[in-house]
Design a protein around this ligand. Structure first.
Ligand SMILES: [Zn+2]
Length: 279
């Protein structure tokens, strides 16, 4: 009997350790999740706020992000859907169903496709706040951590949905990162006109490393140290294109690819950063 009680106590102690243990190192974590051909970036603040930029093309995102979110911290504070292409939003449906989500920022541009309409229905069913921000808007996430909207489409429709991508500059103390979704070089030039300081250590390559994005002008303004390319192995678009890879290297940036490295994590204290890989 006594042995059984001791055994039970040990089990309870182990379970409560896992329950209360926060996977939190008190650093900003940018987790570039390997979702194949698509974008998904989980931003974890030093104090446990979770932000998700895009959700990749598959519903298994929910399992993939669970490795990085403590069981007790079962919520997403904010989701940014850069634009309504499946490789950016589809995985979000399962995430919204599992994680208590607060609000969603999006481009304001919708498409009339079954999967997309279903996601909008889920957003509505779960009573999530849906925000269409304006250029220059600033959102505070946590202490010393905020982001600024660096691009928003000004029209209700666009010729190329990639060019509807909501773009942001993330700032944590003296550490910055740029995320422009799938914007083309044409939009990059507008971003350059509308924003004065884009210099950032981290750049999420636009449009999975397409040659029609990631142009010299933007790279010269960001001067990234690390550029992360989110593209799938043997994808049908041949992303990343060699021309873009060459331009990024010429700008002095190192390239890290999800298709070669799996999940890529950049950890920062607001000054310096380190890189980790976890699959
Ligand atoms: Zn895409």
């Amino acid at each position: 009997m006594t042995k059984k009680i001791i055994f039970a106590i040990i089990i309870i102690l182990i379970l409560s350790f896992y329950y209360f243990y926060e996977k939190n190192d008190k650093l900003l974590n940018l987790v570039f999740i390997d979702v194949g051909q698509g974008d998904a970036i989980l931003i974890k603040s030093a104090n446990g706020k979770n932000i998700l930029i895009d959700g990749g093309p598959d519903s298994d995102l929910v399992e993939k992000i669970s490795k990085f979110i403590a069981y007790r911290n079962n919520k997403i504070d904010l989701i940014i859907i850069t634009h309504p292409h499946r490789d950016h939003y589809y995985g979000l449906i399962s995430v919204i169903k599992k994680y208590k989500t607060q609000k969603i920022i999006y481009s304001g541009i919708d498409i009339n496709l079954a999967d997309y309409n279903y996601m909008k229905k889920i957003i509505n069913d779960y009573n999530l706040e849906l925000i269409k921000p304006k250029l220059g808007d600033e959102y505070k996430i946590d202490e010393d951590l905020y982001f600024q909207i660096t691009y928003m489409p000004k029209t209700k429709t666009v010729e190329n949905l990639n060019d509807a991508s909501v773009s942001i500059k993330l700032t944590y103390k003296n550490f910055h990162a740029i995320f422009n979704g799938d914007s083309s070089c044409e939009i990059e030039n507008i971003i350059l006109k509308d924003n004065t300081n884009l210099k950032s250590k981290i750049f999420k390559a636009s449009h999975h490393g397409s040659k029609y994005s990631n142009c010299d002008n933007l790279l010269n303004a960001i001067k990234p140290e690390i550029t992360i390319i989110q593209s799938g192995v043997d994808n049908k678009f041949d992303h990343p294109h060699q021309e873009a890879v060459d331009r990024i290297k010429k700008s002095g940036s190192k390239i890290l690819r999800n298709d070669e490295l799996g999940n890529i994590i950049i950890k920062s204290n607001g000054e310096n950063y380190e890189i980790e890989y976890k699959n």
